[in-house]
Design a protein around this ligand. Structure first.
Ligand code: PLP
Length: 392
C-alpha cells in the first residue's frame, strides 16, 4: 500500500486542521459564520467593481460567501487542488460539473458501475443531446478506444459504489491529457484521506461532503476541486443553478472535516478486518473490497490509495431472502442509506427496487443478495461480531 504521501504535502490529519489557518482577517480559531446574503459598499463605483470581480465572496450569497470560501480552502488542502467550489450536495457537484463542461452533441465516457443516481442523472442528460458511452471495464486502453472526436469528458468513480470497482486514475488521466479531454473523478468512496486524484493527474475531483468529509450524517454537501481555470467555468453555471452550500452547512462540514483523518484511518482498519472475516465465512459468496489481495483492483488500489476505505460489500448465500433476513438480525449496525458516517451503516440495495414499478439502472449489475457495509468508528470487534452474529 502507498502509505507515503503522493506528493510532498503534510499529512491529511494536519491539513484538515490547518489548511484554512489565517483565512482573511479572521482571528477565531473556529471560523465565524457569516450569514449575510448581501453586502453593501460605500459608493456605486465600488459596488459595481465588486460585482464584476470573479467569484466575489462579499457581493450576493449565490455568488459566494466568506464562511463557505474558508471551508472551500480547507477542502482544497485535502484534495491537493488549486481551488474548490462547495455545492449543496454531491449530486449538485456532479451535475454542475457536467452541465458546465458539455453541450448538445457532445460525448461522455463513463464507467458502467457508477453510483446509481449518477447513472440516472446521465440518462437524463441524454434528453439534451449528450451521448454517453458506458464502459464495463474502465481501463486506460478501453477509455482511449471509446474516445471520439466529440468526447468532452471522461468520468470515473473509484472505488465505485457499491461494487468497489477500482480504476487506474493515473492511466486514465494520461489518456485524457494526451487526447485533450477533461477527466473527472468521483472520490466519495475513497475519501480525500485515502486518495488524491489530482496528484494522479485528474483534472477535476467531485466528492460528496455528506459522506466521509462531514462524517456525522448531519449535513448534505458536495465539492468540486481542481485548477482555478476549470473551476471558473463551473462557477457561473453553479451561480445560475443556485446549488450553493449555505454558510451554516459549510460550518458543519468543516467541523466534520477536522477529524476526517482519525475517522477514516480507523474505518480503513475495521473494514479490512471485516472483509477478511467475511471472505473466510461459509455463508458469504463473494466480498468486494480492494484491500483483499483477491480483489481484481487490488494492485491498482495499492498503488493509488493510502488506505482501502471504509466501505465494502458482500453477497450473502441464500439470495435476496437471506440478505433481507441478515439486515433484520443486526443489533449494533444501523440499517440506513448513506456511507462514511461514524455509525456503521448497512444497506441492502435490491430491497430498494424489488417489487417496484421503476427499476433503476443499477439493478442491471448489483446482485439481489448484495449487502453494503459502511463501517463506522465503533470498536472493530463490536462491528465484526454484530455482522457475524447476523450471518450465523
Ligand atoms: C459515489 C457517490 N457519489 C455521489 C453521491 C451523491 O452525494 P449526495 O448524496 O451528497 O448528493 C453519492 C451518494 O451516496 C455517492 O455514493
Amino acid at each position: 500500500m502507498n502509505d507515503q504521501p503522493q506528493d510532498n504535502r503534510p499529512d491529511a490529519a494536519t491539513v484538515a486542521v490547518h489548511a484554512d489557518s489565517g483565512y482573511g482577517d479572521e482571528l477565531g480559531v473556529a471560523p465565524a459564520i457569516d450569514m449575510s446574503v448581501t453586502f453593501t459598499r460605500s459608493s456605486q463605483a465600488l459596488f459595481h467593481e465588486l460585482a464584476g470581480t470573479p467569484r466575489p465572496v462579499k457581493f450576493y450569497g449565490r455568488y459566494g460567501n466568506p464562511t463557505v470560501d474558508r471551508v472551500a480552502k480547507l477542502v482544497s488542502g485535502l484534495a491537493g487542488s488549486e481551488a474548490t467550489l462547495l455545492t449543496s450536495s454531491g449530486m449538485a457537484a456532479i451535475f454542475t460539473t457536467i452541465f458546465a463542461l458539455t453541450s448538445a452533441g457532445d460525448h461522455l465516457v463513463v464507467g458502467t458501475e457508477c453510483y446509481g443516481e449518477t447513472l440516472e442523472l446521465l440518462s437524463e442528460l441524454e434528453r439534451f443531446g449528450i451521448e454517453v458511452t458506458y464502459l464495463d471495464k474502465m481501463s486506460p486502453s478501453a477509455v482511449d478506444e471509446a474516445i471520439t472526436a466529440r468526447t468532452k469528458l471522461v468520468y470515473v468513480e473509484t472505488p465505485s459504489n457499491p461494487l468497489m470497482t477500482v480504476t487506474d486514475l493515473a492511466g486514465v488521466a494520461q489518456v485524457c491529457r494526451h487526447r485533450g479531454i477533461v477527466s473527472v473523478a468521483d472520490n466519495t468512496v475513497a475519501s480525500c484521506v485515502n486518495s488524491r486524484p489530482i496528484s494522479a493527474g485528474i483534472d477535476l475531483v467531485v466528492e460528496s461532503g455528506t459522506k466521509f468529509m462531514g462524517g456525522h450524517s448531519d449535513v448534505i454537501a458536495g465539492a468540486v476541486s481542481g485548477r482555478l481555470e476549470l473551476l471558473e467555468r463551473v462557477w457561473w453555471p453553479q451561480v445560475l443553478v443556485g446549488c450553493v452550500l449555505g454558510p451554516l452547512d459549510a460550518w458543519i462540514l468543516q467541523r466534520g472535516i477536522r477529524t476526517i483523518a482519525l475517522r477514516v484511518r480507523q474505518q480503513n482498519a475495521t473494514a479490512l478486518a471485516l472483509a477478511e472475516r467475511l471472505a473466510a465465512h461459509p455463508r458469504v459468496e463473494r466480498v468486494f473490497y480492494p484491500g483483499l489481495a483477491t480483489h481484481p483492483g487490488h494492485e491498482v488500489a495499492a498503488r493509488q490509495m493510502s488506505g482501502y476505505g471504509g466501505l465494502l460489500s458482500f453477497e450473502a448465500k441464500g439470495g435476496f431472502a437471506e440478505a433481507a433476513a441478515f439486515v433484520s438480525r443486526l443489533k449494533l449496525c444501523t440499517y440506513a442509506a448513506s456511507l462514511g458516517d461514524v455509525h456503521t451503516l448497512v444497506m441492502h440495495p435490491a430491497a430498494g427496487w424489488r417489487g417496484r414499478e421503476y427499476v433503476p439502472r443499477e439493478a442491471s449489475f448489483v446482485p439481489e443478495n448484495l449487502l453494503r457495509v459502511s463501517v463506522g468508528i465503533e470498536d472493530a470487534n463490536d462491528v465484526i461480531q454484530d455482522v457475524l452474529q447476523a450471518l450465523n
